[in-house]
Ligand binder design. Structure first.
Ligand SMILES: Cc1ncc(C[n+]2csc(CCOP(=O)(O)OP(=O)(O)O)c2C)c(N)n1
Length: 657
């Protein structure tokens, strides 16, 4: 296999085809143990090879949307020997990462950012007067995202040199949704348009290499474009091609209307064609989008059959694609409890609807989609729209449940503030992946939501300690006339039975899991929020054996916090410990400190949570928790250290993990 992009350029067409096969094989075998984004990467093997044949990174810039499809790019830029470490501790990151390689010019993990970033680079290049090519590779689902359109709106009057590659495989994680995906499908299936594309393809393929050839190609492109306009005009009265993105008829190609030349659709697995088309694009003095058709999972039968499953997965059998069955007795996933509870609640309350932003399986909303399709809405990768859309529904008497991962909800912050909270609308937010998304890494860790929500008026924010409490919290949320946010972690829940009928919780009331036994020993109050309650309970057991009198509180609410219970234990204890799966800055522990400051409670507080830095990726959550001290051992050690080291009378010590 090749060891760098320069090597790719030296390969003959036959060798490139062979390399494509070798790369596919290595992807299928190499990811089988640790998992990863197999399907998207199998789909871009030829495209990535063509890009590295025509352009030269790091001088030229490849900006990948989401960047979950950069594995092949990583393999071609000196990282092939580390492919099998991807998403594992100390291994390659699963996304483009500037600190990992000079060939990764822009990091990502959230969708819809590539066009803006690439346009920024192109504008900077134009200002500097340098000659880098900027190539932006974005998926069809990226076009369901508002930012992509904000960038498209800016391209033609910002730069003359911009190459966009629309990697269209018709899939988001699930099947792509909305009018844009329908529109792209019309572009693909329109026979007249396809013929013009073929004409251009045939022409460009027949050309010998060289400057004259490219000149001719440009002339041919002009000809094709003229014909496209005619097609548009001719089709004025035809329904089949009427939705042109302008709500009317006319030139049917949306990109052209935005001042960007559109070329395609072309076969994204045809290497020679991709290479000559990119060679051509390189010489264009106008922005251009090349519409490339690829197959997610190409070359692996199981991945072709189940594109959603193979978008991103854990270990699988490299021959059959089979994934290991979960062990009997494994607790359910939080996401499934959320989805099943949404169904239960919607069956009894017809004001409830479920909204997902392109994540029906990841959030568990697929349960509602299946059971009550008319009460389920997928808005596409459009978190901002999804939140404001929910706000609109709430003004009409609905109780929308918006299920969005904590990290992706960050994008909709202004919508939460301006549209939901300011108007005090009863939208219910189910924030999955609140905490670590270990193997995804910093783009996906949901560690900031308590801070960013706690400062907003009207917010009710909760964190369940187990799956049964999640159901109770969702049920409770449907009885509120305010915005409600529920954060819970990725993965399997605690294994607590979920009641048939969820129960109403008192807003702002914590649960005392165990009180002091008042046995004359040093009193430690452990406030373990959400999944950290389990750690608090285990730490309590150990501390008791070491001679402490320990109370354990399940705070349940991060806003409003239970002032009475918190103050009571604050005064009763010799030491308070807060534990949260969240950054310390502005989190739950901060809320406790604020309360103690107001109430003049001077008991020492040790806060355990994530430090003020972005946390790297790792194979498991436990590894990172251990490393950063969100563990039973560290909790016990911190408590003991406080008593060993504390002076006779301490006012308050803010201690971080
Ligand atoms: C803001 C945001 N919302 C949701 C996601 C989850 N997500 C990751 S990839 C993906 C689908 C991307 O589809 P597309 O851009 O068409 O690329 P493909 O995987 O099909 O190649 C989604 C929804 C995300 N990364 N960012």
């Amino acid at each position: 296999m090749v060891d760098g992009p320069a090597h790719v350029k030296k390969l003959t067409p036959a060798q490139l085809e062979q390399l494509a096969e070798e790369i596919r094989q290595e992807l299928i075998e190499g990811l089988a143990k640790g998992g990863g984004h197999l399907g998207p990467n199998l789909g871009v093997v030829e495209l990535t090879l063509a890009l590295h044949s025509v352009f030269t990174t790091p001088h030229d810039k490849f900006v990948w949307d989401v960047s979950h499809q950069v594995y092949v790019h990583k393999m071609l830029t000196g990282r092939k020997n580390r492919l099998r470490t991807i998403r594992q501790t100390d291994g390659l990151n699963g996304f483009a990462l500037r600190t990992e390689s000079e060939h990764d010019c822009f990091g990502a993990g959230h969708a819809g950012t590539a066009l803006s970033a690439a346009l920024g680079m192109a504008a900077a290049r134009d200002k500097k007067g340098t000659d880098e090519n900027v190539v932006c590779i974005f998926g069809d689902a990226a076009l369901t995202n508002g930012i992509s359109f904000e960038a498209l709106n800016n391209i033609s009057h910002t730069t003359k040199k911009f190459i966009g590659i629309l990697n269209d495989n018709e899939w988001s994680i699930a099947k792509n949704v909305g009018a844009i995906s329908g529109y792209l499908n019309k572009l693909i299936t329109n026979p007249s348009y396809n013929k013009l594309s073929k004409d251009f393809e045939n022409f460009i393929r027949k050309l010998p290499k060289g400057g004259l050839a490219l000149k001719l190609a440009h002339m041919a492109e002009e000809g094709v474009k003229g014909a496209i306009s005619e097609v548009g005009m001719r089709q004025k009265s035809e329904v089949a091609f009427s939705a042109d993105g302008r709500g009317g008829y006319g030139n049917p190609v949306l990109f052209e209307e935005l001042g960007i030349r559109y070329l395609g659709p072309i076969d994204g697995h045809n290497l020679p064609l991709l290479i000559s088309t990119l060679e051509f694009a390189k010489t264009c003095d106008h922005p251009i989008v090349i519409h490339v058709l690829t197959q997610k999972g190409k070359g692996f039968e199981a991945a072709l059959k189940f594109p959603e499953k193979f978008h991103g997965l854990g270990s699988y059998d490299a021959k059959t694609g089979e994934t290991p069955a979960s062990k009997p007795g494994t607790p359910p996933m939080y996401q499934d409890v959320m989805g099943q509870t949404a169904v239960k609640l919607a069956q009894k309350n017809n004001t409830i609807v479920g909204i997902t932003a392109a994540m029906p399986t990841g959030t568990g909303m697929k349960h509602l989609e299946k059971a009550m399709p008319d009460r389920y809405i997928d808005v596409g990768i459009a978190e901002e729209h999804g939140v404001i859309f929910a706000a609109g529904m709430a003004t009409m008497g609905y109780h929308p449940i918006v299920a969005i991962y904590s990290t992706f909800l960050q994008r909709a912050y202004d919508c939460i503030h301006h549209d939901v909270c300011l108007q005090d609308l009863p939208v219910i937010f189910c924030m999955d992946r609140a905490g670590l998304s270990a193997n995804d890494g910093p783009t996906h860790h949901g560690l900031f939501d308590i801070s960013y929500l706690r400062c907003l008026p009207n917010v009710i924010a909760m964190a369940p300690a187990n799956e049964d409490e999640l159901a109770d919290m969702m049920f409770t949320a449907t009885h509120q006339n305010h915005p409600v946010f529920i954060r819970y972690p990725r993965g399997t829940a605690e294994g607590v039975p979920v009641k048939d009928q969820p129960q109403l919780l008192e807003i702002g009331k914590a649960q005392v899991v165990q009180n002091f036994s008042t046995n004359g020993k040093k009193k430690v109050a452990l406030f373990g929020l959400g999944p950290m309650n389990t750690i608090a309970r285990k730490a309590a057991q150990q501390l008791e054996t070491e001679g402490y009198d320990v109370a354990v509180i399940n705070p349940r609410f991060t806003k409003p916090i239970d002032a009475g219970t918190t103050e009571f234990f604050g005064r009763a204890a010799d030491l308070v410990v807060t534990l949260e799966d969240h950054v310390l800055m502005g989190g739950y522990g901060s809320a406790v400190l604020e309360l103690f400051s107001e109430k003049n409670v001077t008991t020492q507080v040790v806060r355990i949570g994530w430090p003020d830095q972005f946390i790297e990726h790792a194979t498991t959550q436990d590894e990172l928790r251990k490393k950063y001290g969100l563990s039973v051992e560290n909790t016990v050690a911190k408590v003991k250290a406080q008593f060993d080291e504390a002076p006779a009378k301490v006012t308050r010590l803010i201690e971080v993990a």
